[in-house]
Design a protein around this ligand. Structure first.
Ligand code: E4P
Length: 213
């Protein structure tokens, strides 16, 4: 499983990229709005920094508007992936982008049928939202497992991005259940690295080193 960072904050993206494990970035309108910057300028900054896929979401609700917006976004850099919401209009737009060889990430996936439809429309990625399902008492990880099973049975090449990740267990379970990618908030990278025995071990090694005769 690969790692994307889920943010529009350029400092966090740079910090994640410096770790040497970053394969891409996802943004959404809420994350961009928090930054208070021009969307296109920020996408340029991000794509200058990161060579992997950078998801940029359209806000139009009709296919025609999504296609026009997506073409503009895709023109910013070759690694822009147009993020499209899971709707009937979204499916039409995904098909059009697929015909234009523009990569797509179908977002707001909450059941396996949505993922299957997105894949058949030609989506490059589908983004099931784990945390938001858990929030309403459903099991987000089970959805990853279902989509992964369906894609394997039907030999579908669309990649599964585990999204709406809230904590390290989501990351482990997404990987165990077949997600190709986890897109995670920057702070979760720090949590993934941490273990109290690692910290204690470092402390002990240093103490022994400094106390040597
Ligand atoms: C990723 O593509 C999504 O935009 C993101 O993971 C949503 O996460 P949230 O449910 O924490 O807002």
């Amino acid at each position: 499983m690969k790692f994307f960072v889920d943010t529009a904050n350029i400092d966090d993206i740079r910090a994640a990229n410096e770790l040497g494990i970053l394969a891409g970035v996802t943004t959404n309108p809420s994350l961009v709005a928090k930054e208070g910057v021009s969307f296109h300028d920020r996408l340029k900054e991000i794509t200058d920094e990161v060579s992997g896929s950078v998801s940029a979401e359209v806000i139009s609700e009709d296919a025609e508007g999504m296609i026009a917006e997506g073409k503009e976004l895709a023109a910013i850099a070759p690694n822009i992936t147009v993020k499209v919401p899971m709707t009937l209009e979204g499916l039409k737009a995904v098909k059009a982008f697929s015909d234009l060889n523009i990569t797509t990430n179908v977002t707001l996936i909450f059941n396996a049928n949505q993922a299957l439809l997105a894949a058949r429309a030609g989506a490059t990625y589908v983004s099931p939202f784990l945390g938001r399902l858990d929030d309403i008492g459903q099991n987000g990880v089970d959805l990853i497992a279902s989509i992964s099973e369906l894609f394997e049975i039907h030999d579908i090449k669309t990649e599964i991005i585990a999204a709406s990740i809230r904590h390290p267990m989501h990351v482990t379970e997404a990987a165990r259940n077949g997600a190709h990618i986890a897109t995670i908030p920057y702070k979760v990278f720090g949590q993934l690295v941490k273990h109290p025995l690692t910290d204690q071990g470092i402390e002990k090694f240093l103490a022994d080193w400094n106390n040597q005769k």
